[in-house]
Write a protein that binds this ligand. Structure first.
Ligand code: SAM
Length: 261
């Protein structure tokens, strides 16, 4: 029953040590942890960072954690759904820079990553335990791109740091895991980014269809016109969205933005 909330607790101290090392914490760092569970990672984070705010949805765990850390002044346990939290308020009271370090609930991996990349104040970096297959999709290259890959790569540099076996968790999850480092490089720009992602979504709209078909359908252009625009952007009209690089999407945004209805 608990796995409904993605409750697979880490039990392998060597994995925790590697996550802490990757976070490269300084004494005045502010860390946000999503889903502290029973606090195994929280405790180690708080030994190195200035402050840890841990956001946990499960009330029973919150009670357990508040009791466990009642003497730790630099740990704050917040009972909330990470996707509903008022992030500017949480960050507003803190130091300006922050890091996310967490073994997150896998069922909301994309919304969590998106939430933090689409902030005026993005994290300095995110060290996240996620499903291995999703980590591989995030760092994909042209040929295997997806909306998720374009979205994360648009804002950040990402690399998979190491794989984590199922045996590192209790209970063991059904899927393999990996720890990924996501370092934002580009600040969030509401209007420009919305335009960019409208183009990306149009490109990926029909799964196995060519860009030509997807763009002409999405923007109600006749084929000839759509073909011209793709060629102007330097793109072969018969390719599929997964073949394109980030640079290609930027060029397409310049050319197709005027066609939006
Ligand atoms: N960090 C702990 C560890 O490594 O042992 C637990 C990790 S477990 C994979 C994910 C945690 O996220 C669980 O404690 C779960 O209750 C919590 N969680 C699930 N959905 C959440 C949400 N929407 N907001 C905040 N926490 C959530």
């Amino acid at each position: 029953m608990p796995t409904k909330l993605g409750q697979n607790f880490l039990k392998d101290n060597s994995v925790i040590g590697k996550i802490i090392a990757a976070a490269n914490l300084r004494p005045n760092d502010f860390v946000i942890e999503i889903g502290p569970g029973k606090g195994i990672l929280t405790e180690k984070l708080a030994e190195k960072a200035g402050k840890v705010s841990a956001i946990e949805i499960d009330r029973n765990l919150v009670e357990f954690l508040r009791n466990k850390f009642k003497d730790k002044k630099n740990i704050e346990i917040i009972n909330a759904d990470i996707l509903k939290i008022n992030l500017p308020e949480l960050l507003g009271n803190q130091m300006s820079q922050y890091k996310i370090v967490a073994n997150i609930p896998y069922y909301i991996t994309s919304p969590i990553i998106r939430l933090f990349l689409e902030q005026k104040l993005q994290p300095e970096k995110m060290i996240l335990m996620i499903q291995k297959e999703v980590a591989e999709r995030i760092v994909a290259k042209p040929g295997e791109m997806s909306i998720l890959a374009v979205a994360v790569q648009h804002y950040a540099d990402s690399k998979i740091l190491f794989d984590v076996p199922k045996t590192a968790f209790e209970p063991a999850p059904k899927v393999d895991s990996a720890v990924i480092e996501i370092t934002p490089q580009k600040i969030f720009d509401k209007e420009k980014d919305a335009r960019f992602f409208r183009i990306v979504r149009a490109g990926f709209s029909g799964k196995r269809k060519t860009l030509l078909n997807n763009f002409s359908a999405s923007f109600h252009l006749d084929k000839k016109e759509a073909e011209e625009k793709l060629k102007t952007a330097g793109i072969n009209p018969t390719v599929r969205a997964q073949e394109l690089s980030l640079e290609d999407w930027k060029n397409l945004t310049k050319i197709f933005s005027n066609s939006e209805k």
